[in-house]
Design a binder for this molecule. Structure first.
Ligand code: COA
Length: 316
């Protein structure tokens, strides 16, 4: 959906959206399509890219599970022909994929699994208020996935260390009020608006810049990298101005920033793997590049990690 299409039904303009967010278009699922559909397609392609159809665990990062109960991951696993494997959801909004990567890495390093399919998928437009010009301008639907496998710490592709964090005192900055146990156990009826996603855009902007920059700095320290060592920075694609501010805080050359927000918007848990896939497909990330990943999201949550890009290409 282009900015022009949005502007036909809401009080906004292509010019406002492009200058304030850097977004030109985003993808919106058709009615009836849910997160599992996106997750299955991304999972199939990641498995194909890995050269093998199997995995022994699946971690799905999502903010928009198909249903509040059960988790969406087991159904996705079955639809991928992986019935029987460990499968669970991770809920950390836009940080979800980095948290899920950490969970997958932990499963492997603890010896619980040897191959883990990690998917970030969100049909985020399904929780947006169609009349809210701020959120509809920013968010889009999307998914991406990777396969992690056991290997040696010095191999290209070895992932980590991780920096993960949260601040629940600021949980209300982005929220869907209804649909959970708090609303269900209260007596009153729920207003329709409570089922929609709300955010305090300005406060979220400030927090996103601060938290991604701080988390990136911590993970660089842990890994012994300097900022000049980072060949490519894949940050959560929340807003082009947020990306530029994080790069400025880190004193990172902006030409090393991965950007695909103009064509997909903010795809929440899908954001980091989609940006990664697009950058590899475009030849912007190449084997041997030292890559920093960082994300920020509701909760609040944040997380970062590093890896040296291995010789592998995405399947679309
Ligand atoms: N089109 C036109 N005007 C819009 C608009 C739109 N799509 N969305 C908001 N506006 C208006 C506001 O209503 C406001 O009008 P007012 O001054 O009459 O009240 C004006 O633009 C300025 O709003 P403001 O919130 O100050 O703009 P901003 O420059 O902070 O940009 C966001 C708003 C939402 C784009 C920006 O704050 C942002 O990106 N925040 C982070 C959001 C995010 O990343 N969320 C996900 C977390 S991972």
């Amino acid at each position: 959906m282009t900015n022009e299409e949005l502007a036909r039904r809401l009080d906004t303009s292509d010019e406002w959206i492009r200058t304030r967010t850097g977004i030109s278009r985003r993808h919106v699922v058709n009615p009836g399509v849910s997160t599992s559909e996106l997750a299955v397609r991304a999972g199939q392609r990641a498995l194909r890219s890995s050269g093998r159809p199997d995995a022994d665990a699946l971690v799905l990062a999502t903010t928009t599970p198909d249903r509040p109960c059960p988790a969406t991951a087991p159904e996705v696993a079955s639809r991928l022909g992986l019935t029987g494997i460990a499968a669970f959801d991770v809920a950390a909004v836009c940080t979800g994929f980095v948290y899920a990567l950490a969970a997958g890495t932990g499963l492997i390093s603890s010896g619980i699994a040897r191959r883990v399919l990690v998917i970030g998928a969100d049909a985020f437009t399904t929780i947006l208020d169609p009349q809210d010009r701020t959120t509809t301008a920013i968010f889009g639907d999307g998914a991406g996935a990777v396969v992690l496998r056991a290997g040696a710490p010095q191999e290209p592709g070895a992932i980590g260390p991780f920096d993960l964090g949260s601040d629940g005192d600021l949980a209300d900055l982005v929220a869907v009020a209804a649909g959970g146990s708090r609303q269900r156990s209260s007596k009153g009826p729920t207003a329709e608006a409570d089922h929609y996603f709300r955010m305090d855009g300005k406060a979220v902007f400030r927090q996103a810049v601060l938290r991604m920059a701080e988390s990136s700095q911590r993970v660089l320290e842990q890994s012994g990298w300097r900022i000049e060592d980072v060949d490519r920075f894949v940050a959560h694609q929340a807003n082009a101005r947020i990306l530029a501010s994080v790069a400025a805080r880190l004193e990172l050359d902006e030409r090393r920033l991965v950007r695909n927000i103009d064509r997909v918007g903010n795809t929440a848990a899908g954001s980091v793997p989609l940006a990664l896939a697009d950058a590899v497909a475009d030849g912007f990330i190449r084997p041997g590049h030292r890559v920093l990943l960082s994300a920020f999201g509701g909760g609040l949550t944040w997380g970062s990690t590093v890896l040296q890009w291995p010789d592998c290409a995405p399947v679309y």
